[in-house]
Design a protein around this ligand. Sequence first.
Ligand SMILES: C[S@@+](CC[C@H](N)C(=O)[O-])C[C@H]1O[C@@H](n2cnc3c(N)ncnc32)[C@H](O)[C@@H]1O
Length: 164
Amino acid sequence: MEPQLCRSLNIMSLELLASYLGEKFEDVNQLYKELLEDKRFLGELNEQIKKARKYYQKGICRHEALDSIDWMSIQRIILYILVRLYRPAVCLETGVFYGGNTSFILNALRRNDEGKLISIDLPGNEIKKESRHHLDCISSAIRKLHSACKKMLFLETICLLPFV
Ligand SMILES: C[S@@+](CC[C@H](N)C(=O)[O-])C[C@H]1O[C@@H](n2cnc3c(N)ncnc32)[C@H](O)[C@@H]1O
């Protein structure tokens, strides 16, 4: 899907989200814009995509580099907005896999400059051996974000996956 079409669909979803939450659309949209303009985060994601592409070329790794966060799924964008809007003291994430949602939550907590994330992954999925390097790359991105958020507790449960 073209980024322009993603942008229009994202805005429609965020209008629904604002109405569901009883929040002003302008406030939600402001946080969406903040994420779209976050070149540091986009750069960090691209750094990891570049490494992962050597081993895995599906999903977002089809692209050499993302030119916009709009390429990422709306669920990740919504997670970022929720964490920024409500500034939780603790987030609990179940099901980390390669850390896509984790990155967005951590980025929002970094911007909040408070709060912590506890992530739990019970290795229920069979993950192919060739995905291993891909996971290692994303895992190192999470570690980097984590060290930037000194106040956070992060249980790096990716290391519980059976092949690590
Ligand atoms: C679809 S993936 C998660 C995708 C991830 N949230 C993302 O942003 O890309 C599901 C993950 O949940 C983990 N899992 C399965 N059963 C679980 C459980 N009962 N508790 C916690 N994690 C679980 C699997 O090991 C797998 O890594």
